[in-house]
Design a protein around this ligand. Structure first.
Ligand SMILES: Cc1cc2nc3c(=O)[nH]c(=O)nc-3n(C[C@H](O)[C@H](O)[C@H](O)COP(=O)(O)O)c2cc1C
Length: 395
């Protein structure tokens, strides 16, 4: 690891500098939850109720973090979650993150509503890319998106299930977040006091919806009021089990269903898709949702040890990743941390975040003498009493 590690040894050490370098609207877009930010805060708090009980006297180990998913070997059991409007938060972020993922052999997920197009990002990936689909109501658009993702080299598809409606996202409203950024004095002032962001935006171009914009040119929906409005209307959000099966028939590679929180959905999904992805969208959708970590042990128990389970929401460190793995996840995704790194340190920040997460995870494994992820998962975990959710029903 570079000397950056002495200055910013943890992801959390980069949060303040990231906030200072981003215009307020961009930083609110990244950091906000929804409602009163209760789900967002709980996503972090819940980690404090999980402990690892070490088992010693196993000699010296050199931990191997390699993890297989869908037959592909990754160098670590974590990757970058899909994050929309990434280049609004830091110019050129999608391409920088793609390069980071290739360099480190971890997956990068490209959002339907990213700023850089699927074709452009695809050029920088070599099979590590996962394309995330917000299921469009218009099936012609859906099929076209799937075709474009496949032609751009994406082999794995994530379908996001947890946006049946927009969330209120009060902090985003107050900050005036939009794509492209609003052309007004407030935006101008916020950008002017963040010179690195502004210069890089001039170099990379004003953020747009790189993949979705072409559908608003009049051929599909000429009545869309604005590009942002159009992209928004299309990511709504049509998903039911029949729709999912249709996508299953079209997409030949692995499909991951993202955003599940309910055991029944997980059981049903396991019959249709190749992996489930537990997530509360980083606390951005339902403010009264639990953390997916609180659901994970029950889902793992029900689905058995083999069915792939991916999880995100609140994972900021190798220790957090370790806890997710020990509670039954096969793969951990993280959204905000990589963007925090880029915003704080420029493009090298994405790599630094990767290095921190990997080093922290490796260190815990070495401390407890776990040679590989399988051994790590067999370690004893202790949960505080208040961790488990108990069902309650008025009926
Ligand atoms: C700024 C931002 C934009 C996001 N955009 C998308 C998106 O376009 N598609 C999607 O499936 N999830 C999206 N998510 C949710 C992430 O994929 C992921 O579930 C979440 O960030 C995990 O929480 P974490 O940020 O605490 O790691 C977004 C999250 C953030 C923070």
């Amino acid at each position: 690891m570079s000397s950056l590690v002495d200055k910013y040894p943890r992801v959390s050490d980069m949060v303040d500098i990231a906030k200072r370098r981003m215009p307020h609207f961009a930083s609110e877009y990244l950091f906000a939850g929804t409602g009163y930010d209760e789900a967002l805060e709980n996503n972090r708090k819940v980690f404090n109720k999980i402990y690892l009980v070490p088992n010693y006297l196993k000699g010296t180990v050199n931990p191997n973090l390699k993890t297989k998913l869908f037959g592909q070997e990754y160098d670590a059991p974590f990757g970058m979650a899909p994050v929309g409007m990434t280049s609004l938060m830091w110019p050129g972020a999608e391409v920088a993150l793609s390069k980071m993922s290739v360099k480190n052999n971890i997956p990068f997920s490209l959002s339907t509503v990213a700023c850089t197009s699927v074709e452009e990002v695809g050029k920088h990936l070599n099979g590590t890319g996962w394309f995330q689909l917000y299921p469009p109501a218009d099936k012609a658009i859906r099929n076209d998106l799937l075709k474009r993702a496949k032609n751009s080299g994406f082999k794995t598809l994530i379908i996001t299930a947890d946006i049946p409606a927009s969330s209120r996202r009060e902090r985003l409203r107050m900050a005036g977040v939009s794509v492209p950024p609003k052309n007004n004095i407030r935006t101008f002032f916020q950008a002017a006091i963040c010179p690195m962001w502004s210069i890089n935006t001039l170099i990379n171009g004003i953020p747009a919806f790189g993949t979705m914009d072409q559908y608003s040119d009049g051929n599909w929906h000429g009545n869309a009021k604005s590009k942002a409005g159009f992209a928004g209307s299309q990511m709504q959000r049509y998903l039911d089990w029949d729709y999912l099966k249709e996508v299953r028939d079209i997409w030949k590679g692995p499909i991951i269903l993202k955003g599940l929180m309910h055991l029944d959905d997980a059981i049903k999904a396991a019959k249709v898709v190749d992996a489930i992805y537990l997530s509360n969208h980083g606390g951005r959708q339902i403010d009264i949702a639990p953390s997916p970590l609180q659901i994970l042990p029950e889902v793992r128990k029900k689905l058995g040890l083999k069915f792939p389970i991916i999880i995100d929401s609140g994972f900021y460190s190798g220790q957090d990743i370790c806890k997710g793995l020990m509670l039954g996840a096969d793969f951990i995704m993280t959204g905000r941390p990589f963007i925090i790194g880029i915003a704080a340190l420029g493009h090298k920040g994405a790599n630094h975040v990767h290095d921190i997460l990997k080093d922290e995870l490796s260190n815990v494994m070495e401390q407890i003498c776990a040679k590989n992820i399988k051994e790590l998962k067999s370690q004893k975990v202790v949960l505080e009493d208040s961790f488990n959710l108990k069902n309650f029903n008025l009926k």
